[in-house]
Design a protein around this ligand. Structure first.
Ligand code: ZN
Length: 425
């Protein structure tokens, strides 16, 4: 008798528990859905970005095969004052004007940047004397001509900003930032005879085209000791610069821009990243580290000495430094990742391990914490030079052999072996 009436209660209780369970399940699923949708959108955007880069890779190879391309994969960085008017002198011009791929996608759908830092130069350049390390005429080329083009307008004026907008609307608009190897090739060397010793020196600053061999050529790629699938060309640009003035709709003053180009071979001194040779000509050997640090290494001062060049030295006040390509132009655009086009046309992905949105090739940092804008927040190595090459020379052995000695000094295979050994620890 006492059992009977319990049943409905028990059943009702079960129903209530069941209902609650259902509600909880629905709530849990509902709370999971937005992140899932976000993530799948993120994946779709990253795939679209990778497709963009693959298509650009094909176009750049086509460019190098054109009879008048000088074997160059591109016409260099989209960098007005250091390379020239973008519709004549830039990797976009190579794709659009020379190869004729007018539909090529230069904008990553996930990118937070509204363009490259060179937009500020395009707005601010007074005349062709703004040119840095290139013929002034290059600033007057194409749509930048002083008759009715960019330089026919006053620097900073509304008319100038309209001209810049027109250039962007014509397709010279990108969110990708190149590697120094891709936009500058190799350093130009000068040979100095010091008594019985020949020394090869780089002429600074290495961010100027005049001091380098110019945009990377297919021949340089083919004769390099670094495999083409390890040499980076273009990558998602980092949102570390800002627009100085409003340039048309959707590009307001203060919006994020990416660096137009990598400054080149760099090292850290007193928490500042300096360009090799800022003090004058420098022995090319400083560009040759003894090895590259594996991902996950904390680049302390002691650790840095293990990788620094043992053959050449920077100015004495710097001590022994690890020199790497400045990769601060690249930013985590897809969650904590960035896509990178390699010169063989493949696409790789970099991972930001310390959450600063950037990818440290091994430039140390003596303290951790809020970094100055655009600098690495920690000393954690995030790029494997064996996946995405962060060194600054492609043909080291040949250079050494040809210039002063027949001894093999440096070999990619040695690095691979050293890397494998260090990976076993
Ligand atoms: Zn992207």
């Amino acid at each position: 008798m006492s059992v009977e009436p319990r049943r409905p209660f028990a059943r009702r209780g079960l129903t209530r528990v069941g209902l609650l369970t259902c509600i909880v399940c629905v709530l849990v699923v509902a709370s999971l859905l937005p992140p899932l949708i976000l993530r799948s959108r993120e994946v779709a955007r990253s795939n679209a970005c990778q497709e963009n880069l693959r298509r650009l890779g094909v176009a750049l190879h086509q460019h190098s095969e054109l009879p008048d391309s000088d074997d160059q994969l591109s016409d260099g960085a989209v960098d007005y004052v250091r390379n020239g008017c973008p519709d004549e002198y830039s990797w976009i011009a190579s794709v659009v004007e020379r190869v004729g791929d007018r539909e090529a996608p230069f904008v990553c759908p996930a990118s937070p940047v509204v363009g490259l830092e060179t937009l500020n130069d395009l707005v601010a350049a007074k005349d062709s004397s703004a040119a840095l390390g290139i013929d002034a005429e290059r600033l007057e080329a194409g749509r930048c001509n002083p008759r009715d083009g960019l330089l026919s307008t006053e620097a900073g004026s509304a008319a100038r900003r309209t001209k810049v907008t027109e250039l962007l609307d014509a397709g010279y608009d990108t969110t990708y930032s190149p590697s120094w190897l891709f936009s500058h090739g190799q350093p130009r060397l000068v040979n100095v005879n010091l008594g019985d010793q020949h020394v090869s020196r780089v002429v600074p600053p290495l961010d100027l085209l005049a001091n380098t061999t110019g945009p990377l050529t297919l021949r340089q790629v083919e004769t390099a000791e670094i495999p083409a699938n390890n040499v980076p060309a273009l990558a998602d640009g980092a949102a570390t610069r800002t627009l100085d003035s409003t340039v048309g709709e959707g590009r307001e003053k203060g919006m994020p821009l990416a660096p137009s180009a990598s400054r080149g071979p760099s090292f850290r001194h007193a928490d500042e990243i300096l360009l090799v040779g800022e003090n004058g000509n420098t022995d090319v050997n400083v560009l040759i580290p003894t090895a590259f640090p594996p991902v996950g290494t904390r680049m302390t001062t002691a650790e840095e000495r293990k990788y620094a060049s043992t053959r050449g030295s920077l100015a004495p006040e710097y001590g022994r430094k690890f020199v790497a390509s400045d990769t601060r132009g690249w930013g985590a655009t897809h969650g904590n990742q960035a896509n990178v086009l390699m010169v063989d046309g493949s696409v790789k992905t970099l991972e930001d391990l310390d959450g600063d949105g950037l990818f440290n090739p091994g430039l140390p940092r003596t303290f951790e914490g809020p970094a100055t804008r655009g600098d690495f927040a920690t000393n954690l190595v995030e790029v494997s030079a064996f996946e995405v090459y962060t060194g600054t020379l492609l043909i080291v052995t040949r250079m050494q052999k040809g210039v002063f000695t027949s001894t093999r000094v440096w070999d990619w295979q040695d690095f691979v072996e050293a890397h494998e050994t260090s990976g076993e620890e």
